[in-house]
Design a binder for this molecule. Structure first.
Ligand code: NAG
Ligand code: NAG
Length: 512
């Protein structure tokens, strides 16, 4: 009996850390600002066939409409109600997306904005995505409903009512983040409304949540609403499956609030990951790829089984959030592909791939003054659909990094090497490095300013392999470089430092 109880406790405590992706699918992609109708199509035509495990979607609930004169992406982080009604689509379109994606084994992860409502200066009226009335001065959100009693103003001790000092955890949790009206999550009523919203999404069939601005909520308050969540729908998930939870906590060190404060609730976004990897690939601050030998916990990161990792996200790809100019994005495509390739080959953390829209980036005094620009949109403010070009890239200014051959093939690489140990590390004490994943895959990088020519131990069975970076296996042929692995597991790699992509990756599913 005692043993049985311990086992149950273990399973329950482990549950919300499990991404719930189908076995053999190891990454999710953030389709930032995509419409539900486009995501449904993408699940069926691209994500399922290429082994993606899920999609992080933009916040689906009703939000403030900001016109200054064009609509910023960040308006979606200013909730007005929990109606499923946004620029991405209405509730019916949302349900259709979840059903169609789930049916092809690609699960949906909702960006849940529950720390706050809209900004204090939003005014009053019905300028919201579903036309619900609100009044930010009186703190009235009748479509939830929330009223003045449901906000933290009485609890915040700063003169401005704003977070003024990140060294004070009380301010960070109880005051307004950039003027956003801070919900009183110590109240059971507020916790119940948040849980009701999230349970509605679970009823529709979502697999988990990214919880926005978690750093600005008390971990205990979060636990209280998370404990109210239902198990996932048995139409698609095993009986007793808990929603996957990952919390947005920016912890680059040096503040009293730590990512570890949140481990009890679920996984946490590891922001050190992209900031450090960008610095290494850019070779800034004396960093070099040889130092990646002990990448992961060895770099002061959180435990791998608590981490959600990414090279960039929708905030720091435009200078918001954390990491500054070290963050690599699609704008630096050559280095970006190397960074994402490294991330997907390395066993540390649960991986999220970014998929962006292009915006008219324009720097003044080192700051992108167009960092607010929203998704590609029509004259009436509606979001443009994602068109697909004959060469499989996306149109209408959708970048679709997840469709770049190098990135998509590394998502597949990660699936193939899933569960295999980190093996056969090699480096030249500079920026040429290589490592394997057991006897399933091997990857080699040349980020030095000179050519590389080395025979390395791959750990792979003998044979001819197709490099999945320069091309891929097509039928019995290979559209990229061929790599010959000898009987003793060694192979010769030659990588020009001026190659379009100065890295090579091979795995057992791309053996000819
Ligand atoms: C890096 O590797 C190359 C050969 O691939 C070698 O010529 C070079 O000296 C190495 N650099 C260092 C610092 O060891
Ligand atoms: C590096 O390799 C490329 C491609 O093989 C070649 O064109 C180039 O001349 C080489 N550079 C040096 C310095 O050997």
């Amino acid at each position: 009996m005692r043993v049985f109880l311990l086992l149950v406790a273990f399973e329950l405590s482990w549950a919300q850390y499990n991404p719930n992706t189908k076995p053999g699918r190891t990454s999710i992609v953030h389709l930032f600002e995509w419409r539900w109708a486009d995501i449904a199509l993408e699940c069926e035509r691209y994500l399922a066939p290429n082994g993606f495990g899920g999609v992080q979607i933009s916040p689906p609930n009703e939000n403030l409409v900001v016109t200054n004169p064009w609509r910023p992406w960040w308006e979606r982080y200013q909730p007005i109600s929990y109606k499923l009604c946004s620029r991405s689509g209405n509730e019916n379109e949302f349900k259709d997306m979840v059903t169609r994606c789930n049916n092809v084994g690609v699960y949906i992860y909702v960006d849940a904005v529950v720390n706050h409502m809209c900004g204090a200066a939003a005014g009053s009226g019905t300028h919201s995505t579903c036309g619900s009335y609100f009044n930010s001065e009186t703190h009235d959100f009748p479509a939830v409903p929330y009223s003045g009693w449901d906000f933290n103003d009485w609890k915040c001790k700063t003169g401005s009512g704003e977070i003024e000092n990140y060294g004070d955890p009380y301010q960070v949790r109880d005051c307004r983040l950039v003027s956003l009206l801070d919900l009183a999550l110590e109240k059971d009523y507020v916790r119940s409304k948040v849980a009701e919203y999230m349970n509605h999404l679970i009823d529709i069939g979502v697999a988990g949540f990214r919880i926005d601005a978690s750093k600005h909520m008390w971990p205990g308050d979060m636990k209280a609403f998370l404990d109210k969540l239902k198990n996932l729908r048995t139409t698609w998930f095993a009986e007793g499956t808990r929603p996957f939870i990952f919390q947005e906590v920016i912890d680059l060190g040096g503040e009293p609030i730590k990512a570890s404060d949140y481990y009890g609730n679920g996984r946490v976004t590891e922001f050190k990951y992209g900031a450090k990897l960008g610095t290494v690939i850019r070779k800034w601050s004396g960093e070099k790829m040889a130092y990646l030998k002990n990448w992961g916990e060895g770099w002061g990161f959180m435990p791998s089984d608590k981490a959600v990792v990414f090279v960039d996200n929708h905030d720091n790809q435009r200078g918001h959030g954390a990491g500054g100019s070290a963050i690599l994005t699609f704008w630096d495509s050559r280095q970006y592909k190397m960074a994402v390739g490294f991330m997907l080959a390395h066993p540390y953390g649960f991986t999220r791939v970014m998929s962006s829209f292009r915006w008219p980036r324009y720097f003044e005094n080192g700051k992108d003054i167009n960092d607010w620009v929203g998704p590609p949109s029509n004259g009436d403010g509606s979001t443009k659909s994602v068109t697909i070009n004959p060469d499989t890239t996306c149109g209408n200014d959708w970048v679709c990094e997840h469709r770049w051959r190098q990135i998509r093939n590394m998502v597949i690489f990660r699936n193939v090497v899933d569960g295999q140990p980190f093996t056969n590390w090699w480096d030249n004490n500079s920026n040429q490095v290589a490592f394997g994943r057991g006897n399933k895959g091997f990857i080699v990088f040349n980020n030095d300013d000179w050519n590389m020519s080395e025979t390395l131990q791959t750990g792979l069975p003998a044979g001819t392999y197709c490099d999945v970076i320069s091309g891929q296996k097509e039928g019995n042929g290979c559209s990229g470089i061929k790599i010959q692995v000898n009987g003793d597991g060694t192979a010769y790699f030659q990588i020009s430092n001026s190659a379009e992509d100065p890295f090579v990756a091979i795995h057992v599913d791309a053996k000819l």
